[in-house]
Design a protein around this ligand. Sequence first.
Ligand code: NAP
Length: 280
Amino acid sequence: MPAKIIDGKKIASSFLENIKKRVKEIKESPGLAIVLVGNNPASEIYVNFKEKTCKEVGFYCERYNLDEGIKQSELLNLIDKLNQNKKIHGIIVQLPLPKHINEHLVIDSILPHKDADGFTPLSLGNLVNDNNMLLPATARACIELIKSTGQNIEGKNAVVVGRSKIVGKPTALLLLQENATVTLCHSKTKNLEEHTKNADILVVACGKPRFIKKGMVGKNAIVIDVGINRVMGKVVGDVDFESVKEIASYITPVPGGVGPMTIAMLLDNTLKAAEIAAKM
Ligand code: NAP
C-alpha cells in the first residue's frame, strides 16, 4: 500500500488558526522583523511567504530589504535597533547572507528572547539542556509532522541525514528528547543506506535533489523530507518521492510538507516571545 501523505499545508493551517486565536488574547500584536539582504530569488520567495502569513495571523510585521553590498556594521546597527524596539518580539535574518558578512556575528547579535528562528548560541544551548525556549523552527516542524501521524517516537530508530546547525543537529536533539534512538549521518558517513534502511523514522536534510531512493528506505518508515531544491523549474525534495512512497508508511511531499510547517513554527516562536514579553 502506498504511503499516507503527511499534509504539511493542512497541519500548518490548523496551527495558524490556533495562533490567530492566541493573538486576540494578548494586548499587543506580536511583532516580527524580517531582514533580507540582496536579491537571492529563493530567499525573496521565502520572505514574501513569511511576511504574508505573518499578516494573515494578525502580527505586526516590519520587512527590511537591504542592498547586497550593505556593510556588516550597518546590518549590525539595524539588528541593534530591532533588539531595542518594543514593538518587535521576533527577528529573523534570512540566510544565506552575502560572503562579506559574517553570518555567525549577525545571528549572535540577535537578543535570545527575540530569536524567532532559534539559531543563536543561547537557543541552541537551551536545546542541548532540554530547555525548550525558542527552538529552531524547521526542527520543530519535523517533530510536529512526525507526531501528526499518531505514531509513537519513543524507542524508535530515528535517522537524520544532514548535520547542519539549523536543521540536522537540532532535529536529532529533539528526536532524542522524544526518546528515539538517534543516528546522525553526514557526508562522511560510510554505507549510508545501512543506516537509512534501518530507520523507523527518517529525516532527510542534505540538500541533494531526490538523493534518498526506494532501496535506501526500510518498509513502513516515516519519511520527512526537509529538502528544497530547484530542478528544471520544479521544486523537489531530498527524497525521491515517487519511488519512496511505495515503501514508506508516511511521507511528506515537497512542496507542501516541512516548508509551510516551518513558517507556522516561526510564527509560534514569535508569539511565544510576545507572550513572555507581555508577562514581564
Ligand atoms: P547544509 O547546511 O548544506 O547541510 C547539508 C548536510 O547534508 C551536511 O551536514 C552534509 O554533510 C550533509 N550531506 C551532504 N551530502 C551528503 C551525502 N551524500 N550523504 C549524507 N549527508 C550528506 O543544508 P541545510 O541548511 O541543512 O538544508 C538541507 C536542505 O533542507 C536543503 O535542501 C535546504 O534548502 C532545505 N531546507 C528546508 C527548510 C524548510 O523549511 N523546508 C529549511 C531549511 C533548509 P557534511 O556536514 O559532512 O558536509
